[in-house]
Structures are given as structure tokens and as C-alpha cells.
Design a protein around this ligand. Sequence first.
Ligand SMILES: [Zn+2]
Ligand SMILES: [Zn+2]
Length: 137
Amino acid sequence: MSDEFKGGCQCGDVTYTVSEAPLWVGHCQCTNCQKFSGAPHATNMVVHRAFLDVKGSMSIYEYGADSGNQMKRHFCGKCGSPIYGESSGNEALVVIRVGSLDEPGGVTPSTVIYTDSAVHWDDMDSDLITFSGMIKR
Ligand SMILES: [Zn+2]
Ligand SMILES: [Zn+2]
């Protein structure tokens, strides 16, 4: 995979550059991802915060996750496009919404998480590694 990715929101007020290859790319079928994406899953990629450079101002929605961590979702306050999320559990990392990339096809998902809350018609590639909830290490 490439080590530079550009993206932004639908209206163009927010743009960003990621300057490292993602540490992880995968689909998440949790109910929070379903709500904010308006789709049966969100496709996410994890990168170090230090390699994310955002231009433009975003709105933030904060909530408590099942894990006890505080989560923050950053999105364009004008057009509502989700850009990235972060967790108090690991402040060095951010979770970019792959649909906000200018070329989402430039990254390749490896995993599906939270399959317990999958919508039955959300068919996934059977080659992907699956977890019923969060990834267990
Ligand atoms: Zn926007
Ligand atoms: Zn999720």
C-alpha cells in the first residue's frame, strides 16, 4: 500500500493528508458505526495521529464506548461527512473513515469486527478475518 493518502469531506471545507501506510484497515459492523455512516458498516483505517494533517474545522461528537473509553468523532459541521475518530484508550492513534479518502480503493481491508451486530444482508468477503466484537489480541 502507498504511504500517502489524501481525503476530505463532501463539501470540500475539510481536507487532510495521511503520510504513512495504515496500521490496520477493516470493516466495523457495530451499531455506532451503522448510525454515523448511515450504512450497515463503516470501513476504517488506523494511523498514527502524528501522520494526520487536517485542514478546515470540524465538529466533534463525544460518547462513552462499551470499553469504558471516551470516544470522539470528528466530522464536517457543514456537510456532516465523518472524517475520523479517536479513543481515550490510545491517544497516539486515530481511525480514519475510508469513505472520506479521495481514493478509497487505495487501501485493502483485512478484517471485519463486531459481526455480532451485522445486518443480515451486509455480505462480506469470506476471505476476511472476522471478530464477533472488538479484536482480541
Ligand atoms: Zn464538508
Ligand atoms: Zn464500529
